[in-house]
Design a protein around this ligand. Structure first.
Ligand SMILES: [Zn+2]
Length: 355
């Protein structure tokens, strides 16, 4: 009888499907190349460049224009193209809120969270958790994130300790707390982490974190490991969006040093996530790495290991070039040679429907 019960439990055990979307904001293919040459002396060395499935992705918004982060993240989160500045509402259209894949995971009892290096109310994380006409309405975005009640929100400013308490979440504000959480045998069910560096409320650029000795601020890799420690408690699966949010800011500033440091640390975060998935020894996790758009019109010219690359720039804003996409794990093969950013939503929904 016992053997039968064990067999029944094995046969009917819910299968787990974790979907981890990693977005390098403004990380075009030339940015990837520049960072790779800086890191190793050669292109192709960043963690995700060896993923088995590689493609390119179109990013234009609902008007067929160069996208901003709000429209591109909305396309990935909801599968619907919208106008720039819109956060997961049907515009053009009837202005109705668009369900996001993170909300859909959570409504089915799975885990859900976001990790970023910008304010947590910034456009990319907001598009997975909020529904407003303008990305600038960060006060409303903050309120809506609390109401959405995700399990992990890690990044810069945007949520207060009292908001975290209202969500039933632990509030973390030091690097030590993040490192302790990542190694904890009894992590909290929910966690919010907030780190600010300047009046913009973002986390410091990786270059500045290192050069100014901000050992009290965690890296994106460290935040990612801690986020996984919380979400892996959802034995049926979870959705996690991790953003390297300030590659874009360095692109706007045509700041090649900070751009490559941000991209290398984003690659480190991908490696940390893949190591976590490898250690599970279960083919139950999908990692998709991509960008929302390119920023700055960068062209890599020359460089070498540890040498600040020589690049040219064409703009201080975004460009409409296709970005890269890399897939690994259970549904990594969803990444085909060429697809549109709205397909990211379908990929994650497929993982959800398998759960
Ligand atoms: Zn931008």
């Amino acid at each position: 009888m016992l053997a039968l019960i064990i067999l029944w439990n094995v046969l009917t055990r819910g299968s787990c499907h974790n979907f981890i979307l990693m977005i390098g904001d403004g990380m075009g293919l030339q940015e990837v190349k520049a960072a790779s040459v800086f890191a190793s002396g050669a292109d192709g060395s960043l963690s995700f460049q060896s993923f088995p499935h590689v493609g390119t992705m179109t990013t234009s918004n609902a008007d067929g224009e160069v996208t901003d982060s709000a429209a591109s993240a909305t396309a990935m989160a909801t599968g619907v193209k919208v106008q720039n500045h819109v956060i997961s509402r049907r515009l053009p259209g009837d202005d109705s809120p668009l369900a996001t894949v993170l909300e859909e995971f959570c409504s089915h009892g799975f885990g859900g969270g976001v990790v970023t290096t910008t304010r947590v109310t910034h456009a990319t994380p907001a598009a997975f958790l909020a529904h407003v006409n303008s990305r600038d309405d960060e006060q409303t975005i903050s309120t809506q994130i609390v109401a959405a009640g995700p399990d992990v929100v890690f990044g810069g400013s945007g949520l207060s300790q009292s908001q975290a308490i209202a969500m039933g979440a632990s509030f973390l504000s030091t690097r030590d707390e993040i490192l302790t959480l990542a190694a904890s045998s009894s992590p909290p069910r929910r966690a919010v982490a907030s780190f600010t560096f300047d009046q913009d409320g973002h986390m410091p650029y990786e270059y500045d974190r290192i050069s100014s000795g901000r050992t009290d601020v965690p890296t994106l890799s460290e935040l990612s490991r801690a986020a996984l420690r919380v979400l892996e408690q959802f034995s049926d699966g979870f959705f996690l969006m991790i953003e390297g949010g300030r590659i874009d800011h360095a692109g706007h500033a045509n700041d090649v040093v900070r751009n490559v440091y941000e991209t290398v640390e984003f690659s480190n975060a991908v490696a940390a996530v893949k190591s976590w998935a490898d250690l599970r020894r279960l083919n139950d996790t999908t990692i998709i790495v991509t960008a929302d758009h390119e920023t700055g019109g960068m062209t890599f010219l020359s460089g070498g290991r540890g040498v600040v690359p020589s690049v040219s720039w064409t703009t201080g804003w975004h460009t409409g070039v296709d970005v890269g996409a890399w897939g690994w794990g259970e549904h990594g093969s969803f990444v085909v040679p060429h697809f549109d950013n709205t397909a990211i939503h379908s990929f994650a929904k497929q993982a959800l429907n398998d759960s």
